[in-house]
Design a protein around this ligand. Structure first.
Ligand code: ASP
Length: 408
């Protein structure tokens, strides 16, 4: 059986087991969770997270060195950031549109008097941008600061390309390190079906299905918006810009989407999403290794959709009308917020506070969606990394076409 099939089965079984567990008495579930699901899930999670920093570093160094010309790297950088910003804005527009169409905050029983939400401080966006250049690259690696690692790796790669023969042994060392890491990713992926099953069953069993009640419509709105964005925006972009078949894209990339679903973390999924893009979709290594880690850090369309729907939902629950200019502010701030959102579970909700404040909505409203956020996080993370891979695929396909044209 192929790995994709095994993961698909694990995913379905995990969802059903999780739903089943949500009916099991709490103390029995917690024993199953603590002694079976959690250890299996966490070991899998640690195994892939263990590879994230070295893979990002080594593959970006090689990617930048392979592109050679810093100008080409700059051009890819600009195309990537432009794609990310435009698709995130489109995602937000879909989220806001669906929020007004389906009105998840109208008519339910939401008990807003009892809400308390302890706000966590979100990193200021300007600081994130200024700190892209690391003061101390070793620190950046030990704390897993992805943007800083990317910047440092690009510098090393550019230098390797410029120095050419002089540093060919170090270049070779990086290539060999890359082989080791790819070998390890393949090894770890063999455990993915078990890890994914355990993580999904644990998350769904823990979140439970009770208490959905009036939140069901909010969840439906988010899920439909996520599906629409994946089915329309990405498919159109892949078809029109990449001149490729979107179905093939989704088929090849599916295992990475399911790992994102089970881990709820774009960063943790990086080794798998890069592997799938390069091996199944034929994305050039030099492009995938730069575009995808950057996307896992700054491009979060699924998160943006949740924030857009949540903002409209909270405005409806609190009966505070948002004007057209407020909607524009939501789209702008949520696009920025998605840049500042780290690719780890639950951060999208922390950044939502910033968006709400910008348009004068009560931050306590977040308490309403807290309970159902865990499951939505799984789904939106799948879309988050799909956007990164779609971008890498499109840029790689157009690069291949350009090369074919100039050689033919
Ligand atoms: N879990 C998401 C991710 O890693 C971020 C979020 O929306 O909380 O992509």
């Amino acid at each position: 059986m192929t790995l994709t099939k095994k993961i698909l089965i694990a995913l379905v079984l995990g969802v059903f087991a999780g739903i089943g567990f949500s009916f099991v008495p709490g103390d029995i579930f917690s024993v199953i969770d603590v002694y079976a699901l959690n250890p299996v899930g966490q070991i899998f999670l640690n195994l892939i997270m263990m590879l994230v920093v070295p893979i990002v570093f080594v593959s970006i160094v090689l990617g930048a060195a392979g592109l050679g010309d810093p100008l080409k790297l700059g051009k890819i950088g600009i195309q990537t950031v432009a794609f990310y910003l435009v698709t995130t804005a489109a995602a937000l527009a879909i989220g806001v549109g669906m929020g007004y169409l389906l009105e998840p905050g109208q008519g339910g029983d939401f008990n807003i008097g009892e809400n308390t939400y302890e706000e966590q401080s979100a990193p200021p966006i300007m600081d994130t941008l200024i700190n892209i250049i690391p003061e101390n690259p070793i620190n950046a690696m030990s704390s897993g600061d992805m943007l800083q690692i990317i910047a440092f790796a690009v510098f090393i790669g550019v230098a390797l390309a410029a120095l050419g023969d002089k540093t060919k042994r170090i270049h070779q060392l990086f290539e060999e390190a890359n082989d080791i890491l790819i070998y390890l990713v393949n090894l770890v992926m063999k455990t993915a079906p078990y890890g994914a099953f355990a993580l999904i069953a644990s998350a769904i069993g823990d979140a439970g299905l009770n208490g959905l009640g009036s939140m069901a419509m909010y969840m439906v709105t988010v899920v439909l918006s996520l599906i629409l964005h994946g089915a329309i925006t990405y498919s159109l972009a892949i078809w029109a810009l990449g001149k490729a078949n979107p179905l093939n894209f989704y088929k090849g990339f599916f295992p990475a989407m399911s790992v994102a679903f089970s881990t709820s973390s774009s960063s943790a999924t990086l080794p798998v999403s890069m592997k799938m893009a390069q091996e199944k979709l034929g994305v050039k290594k030099s492009i995938s290794s730069f575009v995808q880690p950057l996307g896992a850090t700054i491009n979060m369309d699924g998160t943006g959709i949740m924030q857009a729907v949540a903002t409209v939902f909270i405005s409806q629950v609190y009966a505070i009308d948002l004007g057209f200019s407020d909607i524009i502010i939501v789209i702008l701030t949520a696009t920025l917020a998605s840049i500042g959102t780290a690719g780890v579970p639950g951060v999208g909700l922390v950044m939502l506070a910033m968006v709400l404040k910008q348009v004068g909505l009560p931050v306590e409203g977040i308490a309403l969606i807290l309970g159902v956020d865990r499951i939505l996080d799984m789904l939106r993370t799948s879309l988050n990394i799909t956007g990164d891979a779609a971008c890498a695929y499109i840029i790689s396909e157009s690069d291949k076409r350009r090369e074919a044209k100039s050689s033919g």
